[in-house]
Ligand binder design. Sequence first.
Ligand code: SF4
Length: 363
Amino acid sequence: MKSNNRHPHPVFEEVFSERGRIEEFQGRLIDWFVSGRQAYPWRETDDPYAILVSELMLQQTRIATVLNRGFYSRWMKRFPDWETLAGAEEEDVLKAWEGLGYYNRARNLQAAAGLVVAEHNGQLPPDFDAVLALPGVGRYTAGAVMSFAFGRRAPIVDGNVIRVLARLLDFRDPVDTAAAVSYFWSRADRLTPGERVREYNSAIMELGQKCCTRARPDCRACPVASFCRGREAGTAGELPAKKRKGTVTPRLERVGLLVSGGRIFLEQETGKRRRGLWKLPEVTEEEAADWVETLRFSYAITRYRVELLTFTVPESAMIDFERRLDGEWFSLGDGLAHLPALGSPYRKAIESCLINAREELEW
Ligand code: SF4
């Protein structure tokens, strides 16, 4: 596929040059959306708090996970409004987020709630700059809150929207550059209607989720197929183009499972990103040389592929860990749900090790 892009990219003007074409595009998308819309809980409300919660949860987590595993409903029950969240203990907030990962989202949500309570009297105003000023809120999320909660005209551009527009406009240059992203924001802005913006923004994202999917676009079911230059040129399946991916760096992490008398020893995480979380203590290669390796699996974090090795630490070595680490013993009697918030890999390791070793360790 050869690049066809000239600057400025001319296809948008060609596709939408005729009078009324943009309105026709908007109308088709909205009609398609309304006739088959998914009834997500955050679509049944115009509460900016509920919408911000859903947007932050969905930033790095799939809809199916957030819904089917009950993260959203549990959160809304536990922290139903700005005030409750602002006044909660950080430890409880992180615990409620456990399993979703990227805990900074939870911290930002609580900081945003604090700001709404302190500066806006508990009522987020329908003002783009005020929404954008909330911690963890970027241009996309501010646009989502403005349109979904307040019905105000605001474009949104996320991965779904970029994929749809790249295919629609047969945009063959890499989409993950600042110039391309800025181009998509400006074209999304021109396509966003003044009326029914909530439905339009939901529609264009849903088109990317259901029809113009990453794996394979289903052009026959697409309500805007007649506008699509990528479909016409036969390039849609290869778009959007991306810059070459950065290399993944392998890493090895050894951790110890200290279990004694029905309790487990955990260490406090350090560093800003992981503040408030707990983990299995790290062990060195020398320490672990004679210990039993109980589990091994890989997980990805940023640009690393980490291989996590879990060792059972013998009772004789535990005292040394207690002395040198900022850690605590926690009871296993009430199940993992009663442990403090743990990073996902450690939680998974503890779960697997407990199932495998329950009889051996006799608790
Ligand atoms: Fe995507 Fe196909 Fe629709 Fe074009 S016609 S927007 S490629 S689903």
